[in-house]
Ligand binder design. Structure first.
Ligand code: HEC
Length: 100
């Protein structure tokens, strides 16, 4: 038990940033309905570009978090800062990067 405790503490820290499973469900719905309105229901693009894993490959998490939280001036991409924090945005990006 003494040996296991530090390991448990370590993994608790690693996962501390993940939204709760309830929050993940909300974010998943947001992605489908709100983001999907522009990026396409299947995220293959529409008014906004496709958000499939291959489209995001060369882009850093920091760049994409900034895009989601602050939007892109002069484009239709709106800021989402009022609706989510950086952890939420990072989780969404992780979801988008995963091949479905
Ligand atoms: C009103 C339309 C609209 C909505 C709603 C919208 N986006 Fe966008 N989004 C855009 C447009 C247009 C761009 C492209 C901006 C540009 O030309 O650089 C974009 C760009 C992006 C990018 C950068 C893609 C890249 O390849 O650099 C990401 C990531 C993104 N959106 C995520 C989201 C997420 C997540 C949501 C929902 C929380 C969302 N968007 C909702 C229109 C929208």
């Amino acid at each position: 038990m003494k040996k296991i405790l530090p390991l448990m503490l370590f993994s608790a820290c690693v996962y501390a940033g993940d939204p709760s499973s309830e929050r993940q469900e909300t974010l998943r719905n947001l992605l489908k309905h709100d983001c999907g309105a522009c990026h396409g229901l299947t995220l293959k693009g529409g008014l906004g570009p496709a958000l499939l894993p291959e489209n995001l490959k060369g882009k850093t998490d920091e760049f994409l978090i900034a895009t989601i939280l602050d939007g892109r001036k002069g484009t239709a991409m709106p800021p989402w800062r009022k609706f989510m924090n950086a952890d939420d945005a990072l989780w969404l990006i992780g979801t988008l990067r995963k091949p479905s």
